[in-house]
Write a protein that binds this ligand. Structure first.
Ligand SMILES: C[S@@+](CC[C@H](N)C(=O)[O-])C[C@H]1O[C@@H](n2cnc3c(N)ncnc32)[C@H](O)[C@@H]1O
Length: 288
């Protein structure tokens, strides 16, 4: 399998400096790329993911590498991090990692609804068993004001109004059923207007839908405020965000609580090897 490549991994491992017996919590396990680097150093890792498919991919991968002895997979959402930690771990952590967003297999996979090319779904839920609202429901049933709210508030889409007009016009003819149909509606509008765009024209619309479906901003705020209760007083925190909305929340929290953090961006060579890393912003800080 083509695993998601962990972003800024040497910087994180260098900062954590994991030792045998230390306890780390990777709250966005993904395909386990960061976790397995911590496990290789002999530390204990608890790995959480809201997506059952990714949890299995990571657990199998770590098992195949013979690293499962110190690894504990957990299915769950980090918006309940304190409850999960209390029930399952209940000891102060040496470090915590949150690598926000989606892994490569989620972003590009068919039938998850995250991809512009997905011809079978516009779902976007991390866990369909625990979440009811889908992006398909939002795009086909929310009124223009509700859509405007998420497209402007979450991702500052400058063309929100005309794009909503196009979306509503299209859905009146027939429901928008998948990512490919939605991205086509947006691309057609760009073509009609002779607009060009550096990124895929539907990028901000898809991102706003994903944030709304998975309550991403609320989750990040809950995670950040729980950290001092579960990490050792001299413990370490690493957070990778992938767009300005996410990073703003992290930055504001750090400033408000007077944490001194170090910021890292991927090098050119990392971006060349792993284009998905291009928008990553890593913030590292100590709790004390
Ligand atoms: C960028 S990927 C992590 C990649 C991982 N570091 C690796 O090296 O493979 C983000 C992961 O976090 C998970 N995730 C996103 N939001 C979450 C949340 N609120 N609670 C738990 N997991 C979440 C996603 O399902 C995805 O698997």
């Amino acid at each position: 399998m083509n695993y998601h490549q962990p972003v800024l991994a040497p910087e994180i491992i260098n900062f954590f400096d994991p030792k045998p017996g230390q306890v780390y919590f990777d709250v966005t396990l993904g395909n386990g790329g960061h976790s397995l680097e911590i496990l290789k150093k002999g530390a204990i890792v608890w790995g959480l993911d809201a997506d059952p498919l990714n949890l299995k991919i990571a657990a199998d991968r770590i098992n195949d590498l013979g690293l499962s002895q110190n690894f504990h997979p957990l299915l769950g959402n980090f918006n309940r991090i304190f409850t999960i930690w209390k029930k399952e771990i209940n000891q102060p952590l040496d470090g915590i990692l949150a690598d926000l967003g989606l892994s490569l297999n989620q972003q590009s996979g068919q039938s998850r609804g995250f991809s512009f090319k997905d011809t079978s779904s516009l779902d976007m839920r991390l866990n369909p068993k625990t979440q009811a609202l889908t992006a398909e429901e939002i795009i086909n049933t929310w009124d223009k004001d509700q859509l405007y709210q998420i497209f402007t508030k979450y991702t500052q889409e400058k063309l929100a109004k005309p794009l909503i007009f196009e979306i509503i016009k299209a859905r009146q003819k027939k429901p928008i059923k998948n990512g490919a149909e939605l991205s086509q509606i947006i691309s057609s509008y760009y073509q009609k207007k002779h607009y060009s765009s550096y990124h895929q024209p539907a990028t901000k619309i898809f991102l706003a839908l994903r944030i709304a479906v998975n309550h991403e901003f609320e989750n990040i705020n809950r995670l950040l405020t729980a950290l001092p209760k579960i990490v050792k007083s001299d413990g370490k925190v690493a957070i990778i965000s992938f767009h300005s909305g996410e990073d703003r929340l992290v930055k504001q929290y750090l400033q408000k609580n007077n944490y001194l953090s170090k910021k890292f961006l991927p090098t050119h060579s990392e971006v060349k090897k792993n284009p998905l890393s291009r928008s990553a912003i890593l913030r590292l800080y100590n709790l004390n």
